[in-house]
Structures are given as structure tokens and as C-alpha cells.
Design a protein around this ligand. Sequence first.
Ligand code: UD1
Length: 420
Amino acid sequence: MNNIKSNSVLIKGMNPLSGTVSAQGSKNATLPILSALPLLPEVELYNVPDLSDIHEMLSILKHLGATYTFDNGHLSMNLENLQNNDVSFEFTSKMRASSLFMGPLLSRFGKSTVGMPGGCVIGSRPLDIHLLGFEHLGATVDNNNGIITSALKDGKGLEGEFTLSFPSVGATQNLISASVFSPSTVTLHNVAIEPEVLEMVNFLNKAGADITLKDHNTLVIKGVPKLNKVTHSIQPDRIEVFTLLVAGIVSKGSVTVVNCEPEHLSSPLQALVQMGAKIELGDGSITASYVGKLEGIKVQTGVYPSFPTDCQQQISVAMLHAETPSVLIEKVFNSRFRHLDELQKMGAKIKIENNVAVIEHSDLSFATLDSFDLRGAASMILAGLSSTGITKVSSLHYLYRGYEGFVEKLNHLGADISYV
Ligand code: UD1
């Protein structure tokens, strides 16, 4: 991996960023596709971001017997000799997405044994919807001290209908891959339709699956006997793109991101426009510019196409620079405001009550900050870019889970950030 330099950075703030950078491939699109690879014999993936989370997933695939090369965004993998090894806590404690191996292993081998996952500390993250779906569609599920064993009854594949109680991204992905080899049809209602979910559907269909989205949030999965080798390029990372655009605005500059898909960011871009930033869309590019005072707004996170929870921490930094107060309501996770406590060390004026934060205009000054989660780490760097003095942000291993060469991209745009 080439993007880990150090676990801390020093950021000299108040440099207006300007220029153009390119979006990385999407982390959240790549992870579920990697987890679904046990369904295929072989794959060629392009635009795969070089991130610690990707390497964790690759180590699980290696443990299962996959052989691969990964170089410069190109992953070439053979999965013909896969074995149904247990995916133990050793692998799953590090990341939530490891739970996405349950469905594909269940599909390919009729049984999967996977430890309960870890991941970023952003609230309770149960798997009840995933497991209820497996059971409802015809598998047995056994939880032995956090080791989950799912098995097909009499080796018979999943079939029938299941309605998710909440459109969970991960549960939708796990249930899709668990159903690909159904002996008949699986219909999933109230599914997540995030671009990363639809990319996984598109990827599996290219490999020979038969999955159709109906009425906006129903997926009909007609079983097929096998999937084939496929070549696929990963979509741009909409969350990284948004983070870079906010960096342009909070530094009072202008940043263009190319190789991105503006339509994936409608709601967050609308929020920036409402705040008074200038947003210009091109063919696969977005420019965000600071053009005068920002206004406070109300943002509530929700499932796609609402404002994504993964952009909430970044926009909170823009809200600190608005002339009027903003209200930020987190509806997806129950503990995703810890970064705001940290930003208060810089003089941020924020009142938090449960999942509602009222954010007032604040003159940020340097501080020493410690990150707790991926997007929180990015938001602290954004705050450092827009504060006086030199801010230190540490525990950057969280940042490297999701951003490839983030510091280098910001420095290319004119930031003054150094590793320590
Ligand atoms: C994925 C994304 C993550 C993003 C989130 C919401 C990846 C690798 N991660 O995470 O970046 O923030 O979608 O867009 O793609 N829930 C349950 N029971 C379940 C499953 C989920 O209660 O069985 C709850 C969670 O606790 C959470 C909410 O549903 O409060 C959303 O979770 P979910 O959509 O599943 O997110 P992830 O797939 O974990």
C-alpha cells in the first residue's frame, strides 16, 4: 500500500485551495463487490482504490484461497480453488464490511461461518436485518458467542419474499449475494438503492446474474446456476469527491474534481448551493467555489437520495463558517457526532442534544485533535484547513481506511500539510 505515510499530520490553515484533482474509485462500491467475488470463478477489476479497508478484504479472500495481483488500481483474481474456511474474529474485528462474506459463502458452499464484525465507532451496528433475511428466505442461523454460522436447509438455496425493516445498505448487499443461486426467485422489498448497491447489482448482472430493480425499492433476483468471469471498472467515490469540494469551500478557494459522477451527489451539492457556495457541473466534473458569505442551513441525513450520513461530518465544518446557525440531524447512525466534541477544542460553537446539533459561526483556531472514525478524521483535516495556526490531527489510520493520497491531493491544491 502506498498511501500510508504517518499516523499524524500538521496542517497550516488559511491557504485558499485551488485547482483540479481526480476522484478515486469508490471504497463503498469496491468492498461489497470484493465480498461477492466467491460467487465468481475469476475477475478483472479496475479503478480499485488502494486503501487499508481494501487490503483487509483482500486478506480475507486470500485466506479463503483466492490468488491475485493488485497493482495501480487493477485487481486480477482467480477464485476457482476457494475453500469454505471460517472467517474468524482475526479478520472481522477490523471492519464492518467483513460481514458481507456471509451471503456469498452461503450461496457458493451452502454454509458460512463468519465472526461478528468491528469497524468505525459511529454507533451500534447490529446485523439483525441481514440474519432475519437469511432465516426468512430459508437458511438456518446460529450465533455461537459472536460467531455466526448460516446454512442452507437441506442444501436448498434461498427463495421467497423478504421485507427489510430498514433499507440497510449492507443487509441489501448480503441478501442479494445470498440469493444469486436461488432455485427459483427471491424478492427483496424496501431495499437500499445507494449508487454502491446498484453498482453491485450491475456487476453481478454483468457476470450472469438476473437481478432487476422494480418500483424504486424492490429487487427481484431470479436464480442462475453459475456466474462467469467479468471485467469491471469501479465507480468514482462520491464521498471522497464531496470531502474535496468542502475543502475548497472552507478554505475560501475553488476546487474542481474530475472523473466523478455529479448525479450521485445531488442532495449534498444542493446543500452547498443553499449555503451560498457556487457549484458548477461539467461532464464528469464538479467545481465548488467560495464566492462570499455562507448561510446556515438545516440538513437531515437519510437513505439515498437523501443527504448521506457519510457526508455529514464534512458539511458540519462548512456550517462552522456560515454567518447564521445551522441544524444538523443524524438519522442513520446513533452516535456520529464525536468529531464535533473534538472540533470544540478549536473554538467551534456547537450544541448537541441526542442526534441534533446546532452549529454556530465560529472562528476556528489551531488545536491538537484525535480522530475516532474515517469521516471524522477527514472533517478534522477540513477544520485544520480553515483555522488559524497549525492544527495537529492524529490517529490517521482511520483516514487511510477510505482516502487514497488525501493529504497529497490537498497539497496539490495548495494546502500546507506535513506528516509527522
Ligand atoms: C454502509 C456504508 C457506510 C454508510 C452506511 C449508510 C459500506 C462499506 N459502508 O454501511 O459507509 O455510512 O452504509 O449509508 O458500504 N442496521 C440495523 N440492523 C442491520 C443493519 C443495519 O439496525 O441489520 C442499522 C445500522 O445500525 C445503522 C443503519 O441501519 O444505524 C444503517 O446501516 P447500513 O445501511 O446497514 O450501513 P452499512 O451497510 O453498515
